[in-house]
Unconditional design. Structure first.
Length: 109
């Protein structure tokens, strides 16, 4: 990963907060650019760090910053804080709300 990226663990709470801010569920194919931009702004990432990709990977979907965020989502899923059972949907679960000190809506089980 690019040397300017914050540790994945530092992104967990901010990512959860951004998803909650959007109603508790996002679809990464639709909302990913916004999530990338907001997290990059929060952590002061340079334009270079935001757009960095490996030489062999040129598609927008494989920029290293985007992949870094997807690894954070995976960690949150492993902790039971995000449900990704539906392809492309990232849904904050009750454990994720608890981590943020919030009461989960009834739909967050």
């Amino acid at each position: 990963m690019h040397h300017e990226y914050p540790p994945q663990s530092d992104l967990e709470r901010p990512l959860l907060r951004l998803i909650v801010k959007r109603g508790g569920t996002i679809y990464f194919s639709r909302d990913g650019d916004l999530i990338e931009r907001e997290l990059a702004d929060q952590f002061g990432l340079s334009k270079e760090a935001r757009e960095y990709s490996l030489e062999r990977v040129r598609s927008k979907g494989h920029r290293c910053w985007r992949v870094h965020i997807q690894f954070v989502r995976q960690k949150l899923e492993e902790k039971g804080e995000i449900d990704n059972n539906v392809h492309d949907r990232w849904k904050v679960m009750s454990a994720g709300y608890s981590r943020l000190g919030m009461q989960a809506p009834a739909t967050a089980t």
